[in-house]
Design a protein around this ligand. Structure first.
Ligand SMILES: [Zn+2]
Length: 115
């Protein structure tokens, strides 16, 4: 596993099997507010480490995605699909990565607002 990034206070840190080369910027009602840049993985390709066991999660709409944020510093670190979603996926937010990695990533625009 490779170090991907962490939240501002360091409570949540993220490792991935391979660093991404491309991330998604989505204009849906939630992603545009979070300003997330998402890199997608299968569940076994990501390790999420919490220093603190308390989790803070936001679920809305179809209830098929859990957005996770640090309950100390508020950074939105990743999302995980729930049992309601047929696709098992973890998306990590490249905003948590070091600027050096972030600068190398191609950003793909996704029109989530139209779905
Ligand atoms: Zn934090």
């Amino acid at each position: 596993m490779k170090t991907f990034g962490r939240c501002h206070c360091g409570n949540i840190s993220i490792e991935v099997a391979e660093l991404p080369t491309e991330v998604t910027s989505c204009n849906c009602s939630l992603c545009r507010r979070y300003a997330g840049l998402w890199a997608y993985y299968a569940p076994g390709e990501v390790n999420i480490h919490y220093k603190d066991t308390e989790k803070s999660v936001y679920i809305w709409g179809d209830r098929d995605i859990e957005h996770h944020r640090c309950h100390h510093c508020g950074c939105v670190t990743h999302y995980i699909t729930t049992e309601k979603c047929p696709v098992k996926r973890v998306a990590v937010n490249a905003r948590m990565a070091d600027p050096e990695l972030l600068a190398t990533l191609k950003v793909r625009q996704v029109d989530g607002a139209s779905f």
